[in-house]
Unconditional design. Sequence first.
Lengths: 196, 174
Amino acid sequence: MAKKGDLVIASRLGQITGVPESTPFLMKFSALFEGPLHFEANENLWTMGDKEGYLWYIHFGYGFDRILLEDGTKMLNGMTEPGIFICDENSLLWGGPSKTDAIMYTPGTAYRLSHKEWKDFVIKNESMRNVLLHINSHFVQMRKLRLLKMKMMDKVEYWKYIQDRFPGIEKYCSQTEIARYFGVSKSTMHRIMKTV
Amino acid sequence: MRNAQLSRHVHTLSLKPGVFQPQGINIHDCACVLVRGVIGVKHDFEGRDALSHFYEEGDLFLTAEIDPMYNKQGSYWWIYEEVEMILLPLKSKAWKRDNPQLASALNVQASLMAAYTYQQYINNLGLDRKSHSLDWLKSNKRLLTLVPRADIANFLDISKSSLKTFIKTVFNDG
């Protein structure tokens, strides 16, 4: 049974924000997380359609998350790595079942907090809310950059960059999922992969 | 939660076509509703302009994407058709004092929405270009009269010649 009260989250938020990890609101927030939860390779953190949504903190391990597009196909959405917080953003924002899934490709350890508990805490706690707003303001810029790279960057260069950042990606994600991530057809993706 | 009275807290703004310049209004951390007009959201990527999305009548959006404090991608709003918009400063002291609970909840929601908006446009780029472009053109014929073809092609991530072909298809289909 996973326990609560670990300060791993406070420590990570301290690194990200520069706020000392012993700051009471960070410790309080950290204590809400459930974990550590251990995962084997190929195990899902969550699956599409899950009704209970969680904010996950990845302590160890690597994986990917995929998103369900409106035409029913799946797109590689992002890479999971130690030190990041991930969740199904649609259900965090609007509620309802998840439209993404996340799978580990190595064994891993994670902590989690339900979307409801997360929202309750940040709405009531001004200091934590300010930390979140600050982090998210930077996150918006990263998202924009991801969109612009997808649209504007030379696809071969982008593929080299992704391969460097996530070695072995083609072993864990289908070519179609990767093609969607690059905003190209499967045959174009095949050509791009062959040129590198 | 009780109903909030917005009239004491919002600003209205009317602007002519061109680059969005609020002149005299602090747009830091505002939620906006477009009453009329069309805005395109443009960005600078290595010296080249990119258009990610449009706002039209009734759309709710946030100034966070063009806030100079964080704006690393040189994002700006380009007004294609004269706009009238309403702005609610989410961090104004008076707004927070009058509606403490709502102001907190709205701040959190707005912060999440600012990032998720871009996820939706990323998802659209994952769709088949032809069918997505045809669907979009069918639903947005009015924008073809306001927005240059080069901007629309960039928005849809297709070439200008593909756009020309798709426009013909859409109009021939009625």
